[in-house]
Design a protein around this ligand. Structure first.
Ligand code: C5P
Length: 400
């Protein structure tokens, strides 16, 4: 199945490079549809990009003719990836503000697909605090920024602001067979579990599922076939990720074990309840006793079970600790026989459950790396990079 890329072109001189980008995306098997801003049309004609993409180029939000075909919401849904190249300072400002004042910004708001920007502008505009603030806001929302490069500028000056060359953008996008995880099966557990006490009550925890969902999304963006077994979460299912919805730890275990045989990489980001009620009452428990004693039994450790499999996948676990982070995580890495563990301190100021920010200490046999405090989407990107790096190194050492 070819990847569907919505290419947004905004109005800077680098817009002329969009023509080559469309052609080369097509060569790599992508299906491309182009949306241009009004200013972009001063630099390159829609006809050029229509001829290269093989599809009508969309420019206006309020175009009854075009909307009668694939309307803008359908177009937003159609895309597997939204790439804006070039992204001007003005476009970045409008995206950062969440404006929907033309077709491209409206699509960026309406899509759930990953958004990637290749900025291009004068170096002083790039370095201006206003642009840098917009950049930080966009990054914090999980928008991927490619470049810009430093060098000669169309205005005759020199500095950061040149759009990356189409080839560099393609390499960074890791499309199709070139993608680092193409053809690899990844299983991610995410969210909390619910352990039923009776038909209306359950034991659970405060996990939002954010880290697991963000990891599933960024691993899918690296070309993997990602299945996510998730407990109840209010989050939207990331693009290109297959969801298997479960409630209890036993359901999660069954869903994982049924799929683990085909799996290359297992990431256990779920906050699995350690215990469950020994029995679930069939009827609602009445409050007619002064005290109520719950008899809890231990849930299976899904991660340890997967790590113990013969010839099993590369396993990545998490550890949430309130103290002695490195020591506890190192012990857990060895005890569960994991390939990697991402540990974070909880209960302090550094993040954890229900917070949008987190910091991680990542350990593997013989190595460690600290990922500093940041929004979970950005942290998930950094952790995905590290997981891919270690996984590929491990796979290569097994091949040799
Ligand atoms: O031992 P601890 O609960 O701290 O380990 C946390 C790690 O183990 C997480 O990666 C979590 O997803 C996983 N886990 C599991 N099954 C359990 C408990 C934890 O997969 N029953």
């Amino acid at each position: 199945m070819s990847i569907k890329i919505l290419l947004g072109v905004s109005g800077g001189i680098a817009a002329y490079k969009a023509a080559e980008l469309v052609r080369r995306l097509g060569e790599r098997g992508a299906e491309v549809r182009v949306v241009m801003t009004a200013a972009a049309r001063s630099f390159i004609t829609p006809l050029t990009l229509q001829a290269l993409s093989g599809h009508e180029v969309r420019c206006d939000l309020l175009d009854p003719g075009a909307e009668a075909g694939m309307d803008h919401i359908e177009l937003a849904r159609w895309a597997d990836l939204v790439l804006v190249a070039p992204a001007t300072a003005d476009l970045m400002a409008r995206l950062a503000a969440g404006l929907a004042d033309d077709l491209l910004t409206t699509l960026a708001l309406a899509t759930t697909a990953p958004l990637v920007l290749a900025p291009a502008m004068n170096h002083r505009m790039w370095l201006n605090p206003a642009t840098q603030e917009n950049l930080a806001r966009l990054r914090d929302r999980g928008v991927r920024i490619l470049g810009p490069a430093e060098g000669d500028q169309a205005c005759g000056e020199w500095g950061p602001g040149r759009m990356l060359e189409p080839g560099e953008i393609l390499d960074a996008l890791v499309l199709g067979a070139d993608s680092q995880l193409a053809g690899r099966q990844v299983l991610v557990t995410a969210g909390p579990t619910r352990e039923a006490l009776d038909p209306v009550r359950y034991l659970s925890n405060r996990s939002s599922g954010r880290m697991g969902y963000a990891l599933a999304e960024s691993l899918a963006a690296r070309g993997a076939e990602v299945t996510m077994v998730s407990g109840p979460s209010a989050l939207a299912v990331p693009h290109r990720v297959e969801l298997v919805a479960v409630e209890s730890a036993l359901e999660m275990e069954a869903a994982v074990m049924a799929r683990i045989g085909a799996c290359d990489l297992f990431v256990a980001a779920a906050a699995v309840s350690d215990y469950r009620p020994q029995a679930t009452a069939e009827e609602k428990i009445k409050k007619n006793q002064a005290e109520l004693h719950l008899h809890l039994v231990k849930n299976p450790d899904i991660l340890a079970r997967v790590a113990a499999l013969n010839g099993g996948p590369f396993t990545v676990g998490f550890a949430a600790e309130t103290r002695d982070l490195e020591e506890q995580a190192r012990t857990k890495l060895a005890a569960k026989g994991l390939d990697m563990i991402a540990a974070n301190l909880v209960g302090g100021e550094t993040g954890g459950f229900e917070r949008p920010e987190n910091a991680l200490l990542v350990l593997w046999p013989g190595g460690r790396r600290s990922l500093p405090l940041g929004p979970k989407a950005r942290l998930a990107e950094a952790l995905s990079d590290l997981i891919v790096e270690r996984y590929l190194a491990d796979a290569a050492s097994q091949d040799s």
